[in-house]
Design a protein around this ligand. Structure first.
Ligand SMILES: C[S@@+](CC[C@H](N)C(=O)[O-])C[C@H]1O[C@@H](n2cnc3c(N)ncnc32)[C@H](O)[C@@H]1O
Length: 221
């Protein structure tokens, strides 16, 4: 049985209301796919969307031809995802105890997921997600630095999970990260043989803007 978390307790817009916000932005020509574009730049064949919510990122990745699985604790969020994309794989599970048979080229946590997991479970979440990566696979996470999780703590937890920092940006459009900023997109790498992708080949040099969705991606609660 899934346990409650800070997301469900937070009394924020969930399910249809959460999804509607992005639909309205998309309808007003705002690019709401900054995270998916960032992930796709690594050219992964398979992606685990960890804390997938209503499937915003996973569905866009599937549209781009990526084999994607979405996992979330909140049945109301997953119900919207299933309704929008019934052919994709949606799993209701707690990331801190996740055990899937599949391994992925990349795991993404978009929309402050790490700030919503149960307090104290962050290490278990990173350990479980690291275990779902192929050798050389990447963990990509974007979260607000106004929250309780510092980058130093996050990097230490990632290191404990066998993941090394590869790149860090201020936005999903690869604005350069500067210390003291309010948001970070971090790319950590599992040990082993490298997987491909334009972004990976360019590594930390990637400082180019590719769109205008940073305000959208950053405000995902
Ligand atoms: C702000 S939403 C982001 C949803 C989606 N990633 C996006 O960017 O639109 C945060 C999501 O994290 C999920 N979440 C929080 N803790 C979780 C956990 N321990 N296991 C699985 N999902 C979790 C919540 O249920 C919620 O759907």
């Amino acid at each position: 049985m899934a346990r409650e978390n800070r997301w469900i307790n937070a009394d924020l817009a969930r399910a249809d209301a959460y999804d509607r916000r992005f639909q309205e932005l998309a309808a007003s020509s705002v690019d709401v796919h900054g995270e998916a574009a960032f992930v796709a730049s690594y050219e992964p064949r398979s992606v685990l969307d960890a804390g997938c919510g209503t499937g915003r990122v996973a569905i866009e990745l599937a549209r781009r031809g990526v084999d994607v699985v979405g996992v979330d604790l909140d049945s109301a969020m997953l119900e919207v995802a299933r309704h929008k994309a019934p052919d994709l794989v949606w799993v209701q599970a707690d990331l801190s105890s996740l055990r899937l048979a599949q391994r992925f080229d990349l795991v993404v946590m978009a929309g402050n997921v790490l700030l919503f997991v149960a307090p104290g479970s962050e290490a278990a979440v990173l350990e479980r997600l690291g275990d779902h990566l192929v050798p050389g696979g990447r963990l990509v996470a974007g979260f607000s630095l106004y929250g309780t999780l510092t980058l130093g703590h996050y990097d230490a937890l990632a290191s404990d999970a066998g993941l090394a920092l590869e790149a860090r940006f201020a936005t999903w459009e690869r604005a350069p990260f500067v210390h003291g900023g309010d948001y970070a997109v971090s790319v950590h790498r599992a040990g082993g043989q490298a997987t491909g992708g334009r972004a990976g080949r360019e590594g930390r040099a990637g400082g180019r803007g590719t769109g205008s969705s940073s305000s959208v991606a950053r405000s995902s609660h």
